[in-house]
Design a protein around this ligand. Sequence first.
Ligand code: BG6
Length: 296
Amino acid sequence: ISGSGASSKVTATLPSGESVEVLLYGATVTSWKSDGGKAENLWVSEKAALDGSKAVRGGIPVVFPVFGPPPKDGHPTSSLPQHGFGRTSRWEFLGKSTSEDALDSSSVKLDFGLYTSGLTEDARKAWPFDFGLVYSVTLSKDSLQTVINVRNEGESSFEFQFLLHTYFKIQDISKVSINGLLGVEYIDKVLNASTHQQSDASLTITGEVDRVYASIPQDTTTILESGTPRFDVVRDNLSDTVVWNPWIEKAKAMGDFSPDDGYKNMICVEVGAVKGWQKLEKGEVFEGGQTIKSLL
Ligand code: BG6
């Protein structure tokens, strides 16, 4: 652990040079370098708050227990802020474990925990359930795995949504395509939340995009640059994926998004369980996550 207070972070480096950095605030992964430590894979805004004053604009914010603006209809998440409290709570560092069989297969796992007792009073009031979250971030030579374990520690059942809001760093949005969503139905938030079906094998980004692809049968979504695969995003027990790029105007309008043309260097491909709700009865556990592979 380095830094203090809300800026505390945990870093880990493999003998071969790859590294990962996780802020305790939100358990937000703020850097993941592969290729011997030479290639940063995550985009973080130059104006991202890294002092615990606001959710981080970049990296991998953890969205829990509600995705997007909460429903207004009296659902138990209704009084929570957009994307819930996961990304704005201070998590505990539970420890690090390493496996060093061979240089090429070594990995390091960092565990973080968030419990009802670690919430602010406001969050506890807004969502009065007893839960335990363990978030594991595992760095291997060419991949990063991030997995959540949600446990209902209380007497009554609760419902939640979960999403990993990954900001991938890319060189040029005009050369990016996204594969692995063919045939999948999505809600287009840019087009009044209307429902569509992905009819092209490759999705290219030529303007603002904010789509929720749901119940995806394929396991893997691939981000390509100039036709060459750059990242594989593999879902584990999560069947939805959001694709988001704010484009010019929305990027400018966000106070913590910098530089203004940073939208050219990022694409959010966000795996999650955001269609409907995941329900956990007393004592039940849900586990889901992603493995992201850098294909450089
Ligand atoms: C995406 C949503 O997941 O997150 C978008 O689909 C939203 O609608 C975006 O704009 C960023 O949200 P926020 O709260 O970090 O500005």
